[in-house]
Design a protein around this ligand. Structure first.
Ligand code: IPE
Ligand code: IPE
Ligand code: MG
Length: 231
């Protein structure tokens, strides 16, 4: 497949089950993510996208949000950048970065810029991402361009896609969600319209390469119709 998406859920429960603070679950989740990125290099997928922090996650208590931002900034700057250099990965970030602290958004723009010409696979991180916010931001951009041109013609689908954060990326072929819930939680609502959905009960820090391999294998047996004949 071209594009595999992962919703990494269950860090908090992983920690609570062990009597640990939730931040320890997020740190363990970040380690699992590094392992997952290394495994991704060897599997049959060109793009891995990861839902790391949603606009709704801002509702969590201040301490947890601050811990998450700190862990992400540390892992992006160090471990994930190192992996990108080792495997020539392109790192790309999607979301509304204005809602993130500078310490995090600066690292993201720095490592995004440093890896843009790498020749290997692409890893996309959704940080400060919300699907409804993405659609609003696309409309904002379309509106601003059109006001300048005095253009009130109907918006074309292509125009919408060109103004989403994911411009230039193929749509996710499959979405794999960890943590037991069967929902997308505002992740790429437009782009996942025809994605194959996989749900796994295990918590994200318990990630294993086999999880990805199973999805790749199951996906290869699915006949996709995109609304056409099932012939
Ligand atoms: C996923 O783990 C990480 C983020 C959403 C940032 P959670 O923190 O949601 O873990 P649970 O779902 O509470 O166990
Ligand atoms: C999904 O996990 C979002 C991310 C992984 C960033 P949540 O824990 O935020 O999802 P809900 O709240 O259970 O739907
Ligand atoms: Mg959760």
């Amino acid at each position: 497949m071209k594009h595999l998406s992962v919703i990494i859920d269950g860090n908090g429960r992983w920690a609570e089950k062990r009597g640990l603070p939730r931040k320890d679950g997020h740190a363990e989740g970040a380690k699992a993510l590094c392992k997952a990125i290394e495994d991704f290099v060897t599997i049959d997928a060109d793009i891995l996208s990861v839902y790391a922090f949603s606009t709704e996650n801002e509702k969590r208590d201040k301490e947890e949000v601050a811990n998450l931002f700190g862990i992400m900034a540390y892992f992006f700057r160090n471990e994930i950048y190192r992996l990108a250099e080792n495997y020539s990965l392109k790192l790309r970030f999607i979301g509304d970065f204005r809602r993130l602290p500078d310490i995090l958004s600066d690292v993201m723009s720095d490592i995004g810029a440093k890896t843009i010409n790498n020749k290997g696979k692409t890893v996309v991180f959704a940080v400060g991402y919300g699907g409804d916010e993405e659609i609003c931001s696309a409309f904002d951009r379309i509106l601003k361009k059109r006001m300048f041109l005095m253009d009130a013609s109907p918006i074309r689908k292509e125009e919408l896609y060109e103004n989403l954060y994911t411009v230039g990326l193929p749509l996710p072929d499959a979405v794999l969600r960890y943590g037991g819930y069967r929902r997308l939680s505002n992740f790429l609502p437009v782009q996942t319209a025809y994605s194959e959905l996989f749900f796994i009960d295990k918590l994200w820090p318990d990630y294993d390469k086999e999880d990805f391999e199973k999805v790749i294998d199951e996906f290869s047996h699915i006949k996709r119709n995109f609304g056409g004949n099932n012939g």
